[in-house]
Write a protein that binds this ligand. Structure first.
Ligand code: NOJ
Length: 559
């Protein structure tokens, strides 16, 4: 099979996401920081990754843990100083690691000087930096819900107008229709590029262009309307990104990935088009925003697990339809999602390592750039939240208030089961470095609770055990670096009717890789490998059974 794919370093790279607040605390204040990251760069080098995506480290009042930025050219006080940043960047580069910054420009913090000015008067020169609307019949201009519960509009007493905030009230949306806003953003991006950073992950970049008539959205939970059809992939989003590409991205050798809520395959072909006039790739959310195969009553919330057949249909569709036209990004989890092994695998002690390796194989053998979220390489799991009081995430806290406290639509127990299953704090518990106090994350009181299973699951243990999840990830990463077929080979689905097995092939030149993963805790019939002669690239079992896949078994054969 001849593959017609342009080579690029960002197609061949494996990315590791750091959520700095929860990664490593160097000064004992209970909050992870830049010096903590610098100290652990050799660990990431050992894992073998190429690029680090840093969740936001800019100055922020932390209403949404740094996704509310009050100064794009400064560092969050708790995380350190610009000198610490420069040292981290230099150390990373000296180790051959690249650093990709989070770019949050759909909104700023309400404490950003632009917004402070904008809200100060109707005729302030920065008034049009944000989206202001008059009240309609004494209430909000439309029925849109904020992604963090409640209305997406906040009345500002000073001028008697509402501003739009698709996220928290402290995250007002920037008005991208205003050319001055775009030019401020592009200047700031150029400033970071000149510093030597290696790319941008762009926060909710699919939402920067809104339908200018601001129509009401469809009401599903009886409370607010859904803004997504009017804010995702909006009328000018591609124009804005092509402008960004001309003004900034095309001038440097960057990795760019757009977080693209609501993106469809057709839209992705534009954002990540092969001519590269916009971005390198996007994150799609069809397999993570909803729970495949499960109907939820309220937004994303459910205590159910995804089902394999619909999940596979989604991922296969993205693999097949972007082929040769755009580039996929591959991920199971990030700082907004529960832990991959708890969600897609099985975190019971008997199956945790097996299933963590299985889902990793299933993803890392696909076509696209893989992303690993901190702790995923250890098989870190979700945690049990005793009560909402233990949670720190604004999304969970607001949803609990909206559905339980204010509207009695769910019981507290029901909602806590959903938060245990899907809450974002699951990904934000501190990185488990070793078995010492606070998992070696901090000598102080951590800002969020440590998962009590750290004595069993931690980096020190994994590093000492050649069969650990860590070393399995190491092998997956090396395989990708050594075998162009894993990067560039064409994807072909297999066993598409199976309820239990995810299987596919990758094809390039005269070579084929066959991948099969048992997504269940029971042995399954599978004859794919029976007549195959070739090299086993990786498996989570040392011995195989003819005609079978053992519980959570994953096998990859090159032939
Ligand atoms: C997406 C980010 O990943 C999430 O953490 C954040 O809360 C929202 N965008 C708002 O910035």
């Amino acid at each position: 099979m001849t593959v017609n794919e342009k080579r690029a370093w960002w197609k061949e790279a494996v990315i590791y996401q750091i959520y700095p607040r929860s990664f490593a605390d160097s000064n004992g204040d209970g909050i992870g920081d830049l010096n903590g990251i610098t100290a652990h760069l050799p660990y990431l080098k050992k894992l073998g990754i190429d690029v680090i995506w840093l969740s936001p480290v800019y100055r922020s009042p932390n209403d949404d843990n740094g996704y509310d930025i009050s100064d794009y050219r400064d560092i969050m006080t708790e995380f350190g100083t610009m000198e610490d940043f420069d040292r981290m960047l230099e150390t990373a580069h000296s180790l051959g690691l690249k650093i990709v910054m989070d770019l949050v420009v759909n909104h700023t913090s309400d404490e950003h000087p632009w917004f402070v000015e904008s809200r100060s008067s109707l005729d302030n020169p920065k008034r049009d930096y944000y989206i202001w609307k008059d009240p309609v019949d004494g209430h909000a201009p439309n029925n849109w819900a904020s992604c963090f519960s409640g209305s997406a509009w906040q009345l500002d007493e000073k001028t008697g107008m509402y501003y739009l905030h698709l996220f928290s009230t402290k995250q007002p949306d920037l008005n991208w229709e205003n050319p001055k806003v775009r030019s401020e953003v592009f200047d700031m991006m150029n400033w970071w590029c000149e510093k030597g950073i290696d790319g941008f992950r762009m926060d909710v970049i699919s939402m920067i262009s809104k339908v200018q008539t601001y129509p009401d959205g469809e009401v599903s939970d009886g409370l607010f309307g859904n803004p997504m059809p009017y804010v995702c992939n909006g009328p000018r989003v591609h124009e804005f990104l092509r402008e960004m590409n001309r003004e900034v991205l095309s001038k440097y050798d960057l990795l760019t990935v757009g977080e693209a809520a609501g993106v469809t395959v057709e839209e992705a072909k534009k954002y990540a088009n092969a001519e590269q006039t916009e971005l390198n790739m996007v994150f799609q959310f069809e397999h993570t925003d909803a729970t495949p195969g499960v109907q939820t009553l309220f937004g994303k919330w459910t205590d159910a697990k995804p089902k394999l057949p619909p999940l596979r249909r989604i991922l296969n569709k993205w693999q097949l339809e972007l082929e040769g036209k755009a580039w996929n990004s591959l991920y199971w989890d990030n700082h907004d999602q529960p832990r991959a092994v708890s969600r897609f695998g099985n975190d019971a002690p008997a199956f945790r390592e097996l299933s963590a390796k299985m889902i990793a194989t299933c993803l890392h053998m696909m076509k696209g750039t893989p992303y690993i979220y901190q702790g995923e390489e250890l098989g870190m799991t979700n945690v049990h939240w005793e009560s909402i009081g233990e949670c720190r995430d604004i999304e969970s806290i607001n949803a609990f208030r909206q559905y339980v406290t204010d509207n009695h639509l769910m019981s507290a127990d029901e909602m806590m089961r959903c938060i245990d299953n899907l809450g974002r704090d699951n990904a934000r518990t501190p990185m488990q470095w070793d078995g010492s106090r606070n998992a070696g994350f901090s000598s102080g009181e951590p800002w969020i609770k440590v998962n009590p299973n750290y004595t069993q699951i931690n980096a020190e243990k994994c590093l000492a055990d050649p069969d650990s999840v860590f070393w399995y990830y190491h092998r997956l990463i090396s395989l990708r670096h050594e075998n162009p077929i894993i990067v560039y080979g064409i994807f072909r689905p297999l066993l598409e009717d199976s309820e239990c097995i995810y299987a596919y092939e990758r094809l390039m030149d005269d070579k084929v890789i066959t991948v099969a993963c048992n997504w269940t805790q029971d042995e399954q019939d599978c004859s794919l490998f029976d007549d195959l002669c070739g090299e086993e690239l990786i498996s989570n079992y040392a011995e195989h059974k003819k005609g079978k896949l053992q519980p959570y078994e994953a096998r990859v054969i090159l032939h």
